[in-house]
Design a protein around this ligand. Structure first.
Ligand code: GLA
Length: 388
């Protein structure tokens, strides 16, 4: 994305002065879906597209003047207004400002204009990119950069919980803040320890196919999955008062079987997916260390199957893209992110790539009247200031 483009809009829509410019990326996730809020493992990386924002204190006590360049929408609001703005994009600005204040950053009034090239509703975490971009700017402009990266991650997550209605985990904000070019990261969401994994699979490409079914996590289905998992943990904890059970990560397969009848089929089958997914991430890490991409791919298909049949976060279009991948001999393919639309992530051998993309476009268009969008994954850097 072009700095000059954002700057020209910032100048035009406010008082002609320039501010500082920040950038935060969206993310991919190789494997480990719906495991973050269950204390499990995830395997994300930042991408080379995201959100860019120019920001400048405006001298007022707490008036935010915000311009969404892509939407051509301007909203002004006060941080002291207990309700905040109604526009959903402006709620990210309001929410993250409030959360940074809670962390001790004396946020005052500021002007902000932002634009993005991470596709919206594609499951690539455009919302986490917004949160971490704005947080990075607020930390720099008002907080002497004293807030740690982890606290920025948690402030982004709290923004989703407290202002946007999504009880998400920490994967997206983590990837957006900590990403490094060329590297994926394995994060243990319980201990928050993580490792960088250089990712350059020789002979393979990583490509996303966007079903163009807009994924939307606000509202019940995502939170509902989380509730199911928490319900299972509650039942297991009640049976084992001696133990410490905070998330499904603390529970074994045997303990899940013990509560099978009390929790009901739906919650049981969802928890079963989560336990399996935790094991799959570890299996993928082992396989990657050995350069065994066949196993990586096999696990990706298993994840898709589980997300579709057991966790029930797929949709017809994503299942169809997964079937096409299988038919074309793609090594691994699955839904990426929260589900309910968005993209599949595909690990495909170089020599099969062209045919896969051509076939996917043709078959998908024949069935749904539109082609899936194709994004070749480039793993980029996390949040940073890009211009003073
Ligand atoms: C969304 C959430 C994440 C995570 C994924 C599913 O992207 O924001 O916290 O739960 O779904 O893995």
């Amino acid at each position: 994305m072009d700095i000059e483009f954002v700057r020209s809009r910032f100048i035009k829509h406010f008082d002609g002065k320039t501010g500082k410019i920040y950038h935060s990326p969206g993310r991919i996730n190789l494997i480990g879906e719906h495991t973050d809020y269950n204390g499990g493992f995830v395997f994300p990386g930042a991408v080379d597209c995201g959100i860019m924002a120019e920001m400048r204190p405006n001298g007022t006590e707490d008036t935010i003047m915000a311009y969404a360049i892509d939407l051509k929408d301007r909203v002004d609001f006060k941080l002291s207004d207990p309700n905040g703005p109604r526009a959903s994009w402006a709620r990210y600005i309001y929410g993250i400002s409030k959360e940074m204040q809670k962390l001790g950053v004396p946020v005052k009034g500021y002007n902000i204009a932002f634009a993005g090239d991470v596709p919206l509703g594609a499951g690539m975490s455009s919302s986490a990119a917004m949160e971490s971009c704005f947080a990075c700017g607020l930390n720099d402009l008002f907080g002497e950069n004293k807030v740690s990266k982890w606290d920025i991650v948690l402030a982004g997550q709290a923004t989703e919980h407290n202002y946007c209605g999504v009880n998400c985990g920490i994967m997206d904000q983590f990837a957006s803040v900590f990403g490094q070019a060329g590297k994926l990261m394995r994060l243990d969401c319980r201990s928050r320890e993580f490792e960088y994994y250089p990712f350059d699979p020789q002979g393979y490409k990583l490509v996303l196919l966007n079903s163009c079914v807009k994924h939307e996590l606000a509202g019940s289905p995502y939170n509902d999955r989380r509730n199911s998992c928490e319900n299972v943990v509650k039942h297991i904890a009640a049976k084992h008062p001696e133990g410490k059970f905070e998330t499904l990560r603390d529970c074994t397969w045997e303990q899940l079987e013990e509560v099978k009848d009390e929790v009901g089929h739906e919650d049981y089958i969802r928890a079963k997916f989560v336990l399996g997914e935790k094991d799959r991430v570890l299996a993928v890490c082992d396989a990657l260390e050995k350069g065994d991409y066949e196993t990586v791919g096999k696990k990706m298909y298993e994840t898709h199957e589980g997300l579709s049949k057991d966790y029930e976060v797929s949709c017809e279009e994503l299942d169809y893209l997964n079937d096409i991948a299988k038919e074309c001999g793609v090594t691994g393919s699955r839904i990426m992110g929260g589900g309910f639309g968005g993209c599949t992530i595909n690990l495909v051998k170089d020599e099969l790539y062209d045919n896969f993309i051509k076939t996917a476009k043709e078959k998908y268009a024949a069935k749904y009247g539109k082609e899936p969008k194709v994004y070749n994954v480039v793993i980029g850097d996390g949040s940073k200031k890009i211009s003073d």
